[in-house]
Design a protein around this ligand. Structure first.
Ligand code: DAH
Length: 355
């Protein structure tokens, strides 16, 4: 028997036995590796006479293919064997109890910000954002509140450096400045976000939330302001009629300025919005002061508009009957489970993404 037939016979017998994966790999190398038995036979081809070479090459190729087929078959067998063994050992135990999972809740503040944004976006406002760490210029000076202005003291500011150049923004009004500096009028934006003042009691927390509003165009007057806020409050509280009172006030960045109260009454100890003879302050507003417009390079002869700042937490407390503001920020899961919102629980006036 020729060499190659002997190799074939010997290895086919071997491949017929029960083999490990390592052993099959070893056989593969013994035959087809760099110095493998079959590889070496191919190297002999060059030295043969043409006639002989043809026959030998043909035989050798047949043997090579047969051996390779058998090796592949063996690999396949081993793979199937491994899968079967896994299936046998890793049976799914259907008697195990299911793993518990907890669904999170949406914090009332996030919910209220979503509701506010969707109401204002319906009447053409887009949403802007600004950083919590502000500079003194955007937070005060540009808003017509120069150094030594008494309004600065009223804000109980958290300063972040000795020179009092950086601070935690005391209101969302600096987003007005940022928005107007980076674009050209008209502007119609709201800016919800966190604000900070050194203050803490049942109705004040050192961190709280506001939403700023700004509408600047060529023909905006106080009637637009009243219409806009009236629409917002009615939509937010889901009432058809609302008693609103614009009380003259003072803010350095608006002239004239007003604070807005909404009417309510107490029924069985609960606040009912819209009727009654009691008043609750919910926001500050006014016509943007010409100095503010000048500070952001807008000609006050050509453009004017209104601005407002609403306390978000206060509105949420009123709408959802929450008494203590501080509970909002105590990360108490029991509280959050009670007052939080299910992600799928969409209030009737919500016009966000899920509709
Ligand atoms: N920034 C004011 C505050 O925190 C609220 C405010 C009042 C904002 C009048 C305004 C405004 O934009 O026009 O007390």
């Amino acid at each position: 028997m020729s060499d190659i037939k002997k190799i074939k016979k010997e290895y086919l017998e071997e491949l017929n036995k029960e083999l490990s994966l390592d052993k099959v790999n070893q056989i593969k190398t013994e035959l087809f590796g760099k110095n493998g038995l079959i590889s070496n036979e191919f190297k002999k081809l060059g030295a043969l006479a043409p006639q002989e070479r043809k026959q030998f090459a043909s035989d050798l190729n047949f043997i090579k293919e047969e051996l390779q087929e058998n090796i592949s078959k063996k690999f396949k067998e081993l793979e199937i064997k491994e899968i079967n063994e896994k299936l046998k050992n890793e049976k799914v135990d259907i008697t195990l109890p299911e793993r518990s999972f907890e669904q999170g809740k949406i914090h009332p503040v996030s919910q209220v910000i979503d509701e506010i944004s969707s109401i204002f976006s319906e009447i053409g406002f887009s949403v802007e954002e600004g950083p919590d760490v502000e500079n003194e210029y955007n937070n005060f000076t540009a808003l017509n509140t120069p150094e030594n202005h008494p309004a600065r003291d009223m804000h109980d500011t958290f300063y972040l450096d000795d020179k009092k150049e950086l601070l935690l923004r005391t209101h969302t009004s600096p987003v007005q400045v940022r928005t107007m500096l980076k674009g050209n009028p008209p502007f119609k934006i709201i800016a919800p976000g966190r604000t900070y003042r050194s203050d803490s009691d049942q109705t004040h927390a050192p961190m709280f939330h506001q939403v700023e509003g700004l509408h600047i165009d060529k023909d905006i007057n106080m009637g637009n302001l009243k219409g806009c806020l009236n629409y917002f409050i009615k939509e937010f509280f889901e009432v058809d009629k609302i008693k609103m009172r614009f009380r003259p006030s003072h803010f350095p960045f608006t002239e004239p300025s007003a604070e807005v109260d909404i009417g309510y009454e107490l029924r069985d100890g609960k606040i009912v919005i819209g009727e009654g003879d009691k008043w609750l302050e919910v926001l500050g507003c006014g016509m943007v002061h010409p100095n503010v417009l000048k500070n952001v390079n807008i000609n006050p002869e050509k453009y004017q508009g209104y601005a407002f700042g609403i306390g978000i937490d206060r509105l949420g407390m009123l709408k959802y009957g929450i008494n203590d503001l501080r509970a909002f920020f105590e990360t108490d899961y029991r509280w959050l489970n009670h007052f939080g919102f299910d992600p799928l629980d969409v209030p009737s006036n919500y016009r966000g993404l899920s509709r």
